[in-house]
Design a protein around this ligand. Structure first.
Ligand code: GLN
Length: 443
């Protein structure tokens, strides 16, 4: 199979990272939930799913473990989908707590937890998921996480029971929030759902698909099903970027630069918006409660492949503006069509390609303005033959500029299917040669 070649090449990248960072043996396996203490500290699995749904993996990427706190962004996504951002963020904040995952991070005035990525905020978020009963609330959460993963998930009953039996700190947190008026509903029912949510079983490969669904605007790229609306993914990723790695969030954002979430069993998701999702499993945790090997490997991956979100090379491709007649009809074609070559004879000809967003549209209209005469009436062709998409911001900017230019007496012609929305302000031309003809006509 030819595709095997691609799989081998990308899997090898992950396998190299696994090999390199498996050597890191610092940190500790969590023990406060007794069955988690039995995790094999040698395990390290990594998986990457692209926004096209291609899945790659290395190491123990198929080994099941309990999702723990990595459930938090996905339950937040469910609450945001059901209630909207205003209602959810009225009940739980969005500021990094700067404290450990299980800290009593409640606003002294309102009792509102600092953010949904720490235990207090996550328990409050679970309580917000609309349902008639605790049972139904958990079913909704389990099904939603399953849709993110692209398969139905189950619960590790032993881990659930162990946490329910030993989760005094979380029980205390829920009661404190109840006393402060910041927890909706009965604490024991909510806690039961929260403990079960944390005990949902996943693999690193599942986590990569879940992360890729967030990367892909809420559509699971493997199943093609929409799980949550696109604006919800933006909100969730923003909260993950600032709060997802607990009090290691600043250092993580500096070194890796991706929205992420870790959990106490060693799971981690990292999202490169629009591109891919990574899932990791490595049970050794650092002092902040983040998986040591996953953090180190992601820092390396991010550096090697330029994944850091603050690293955005100047645009150029995919939108290229070529003023003049170099794109499509050349000067010879222009002369052949009877066009004059005196300075005023040549139309301003700007061409774009790829996706037009605000920045590309600004380049396009700037290039156009540069080529139109300062005085008198000019003629311009906007060549959008190679444009594949125009977003609303680009359309708005081009319209405003063209309105003004046509009011000044300039005449604008368009070529290409992407030109259809603009044709009200100008002349829609069927082809580049038709545009040459049009540009040649006396005004
Ligand atoms: N179930 C765990 C707890 O509440 C989740 C914490 C974590 O993964 N950091 O303690």
């Amino acid at each position: 199979m030819v595709k095997r070649v691609v799989f081998d090449a990308v899997n090898a990248v992950l396998a190299n990272l696994c090999r390199e960072f498996r050597e890191l043996n610092s940190g500790h396996v969590a023990t406060y939930i007794p069955p988690l203490a039995r995790a094999d500290p040698a395990d390290f699995g990594m998986a990457l799913t692209s926004a096209d749904g291609h899945r790659y993996q290395a190491g123990e990427a198929d080994k099941p473990f309990t999702i723990q706190s990595v459930s938090k962004p996905f339950v937040l996504a469910l609450a945001l989908t059901e209630l909207g951002a205003d209602e959810v963020f009225r009940r739980v904040g969005v500021e990094p707590s700067g404290e450990r995952f299980n800290a009593i991070s409640l606003d002294p005035e309102t009792g509102r937890p600092a953010n949904p990525m720490i235990n207090a905020g996550a328990i409050a978020t679970t309580a917000l998921v609309p349902a008639a009963s605790a049972e139904q609330r958990f079913t909704r959460i389990l099904e939603t996480l399953g849709r993110f993963a692209g398969r139905s998930l189950d619960v590790d009953d032993e881990v659930y029971r162990a946490e329910a039996a030993t989760g005094d700190r979380n029980i205390a947190l829920a009661h404190l929030m109840r006393a402060a008026g910041s927890l909706a509903g009965d604490p024991s029912g909510v806690l039961d759902v929260y403990f079960r949510q944390c005990a949902i079983r996943v693999t690193a490969l599942d986590l990569s698909v879940m992360a890729a669904t967030l990367a892909n605007g809420g559509v699971n790229p493997v199943t093609g099903a929409r799980v949550v609306p696109e604006p919800v993914t933006v909100q969730v990723l923003a909260v993950m970027a600032t709060c997802g790695m607990y009090d290691g969030s600043g250092d993580w954002l500096l070194r890796v630069g991706l929205p992420a979430k870790s959990g106490v069993s060693g799971g981690l998701v990292a999202v490169r918006p629009g591109r891919s999702g990574v899932g990791c499993y490595s049970p050794l945790l650092d002092a902040a409660g983040n998986p040591v090997r996953a953090v180190a490997a992601l820092a390396e991956l991010s550096r090697e492949f330029g994944l850091h979100l603050m690293h955005n090379p100047p645009s150029g491709a995919p939108t290229i503006i070529r003023p003049g007649l170099s794109d499509g009809p050349d000067e010879a074609a222009w002369r052949q069509a009877g066009g004059g070559t005196a300075p005023g004879d040549l139309p301003a000809w700007v061409a774009a390609q790829g996706e037009l967003d605000f920045t590309a549209a600004e380049q396009l209209v700037y290039a156009l303005a540069e080529r139109l005469p300062e005085v008198g009436r000019g003629r311009a062709v906007i060549d959008l033959v190679r444009v594949t998409a125009v977003d609303a911001a680009a359309e708005g900017l081009v319209r405003v500029v063209l309105d003004r230019l046509t009011a000044m007496g300039h005449r604008i012609g368009f070529v290409g299917d992407a030109a259809v929305p603009f044709s009200v302000e100008g002349t829609l031309l069927a082809s580049r040669s038709a545009a040459v003809e049009w540009a040649r006509l006396p005004s």
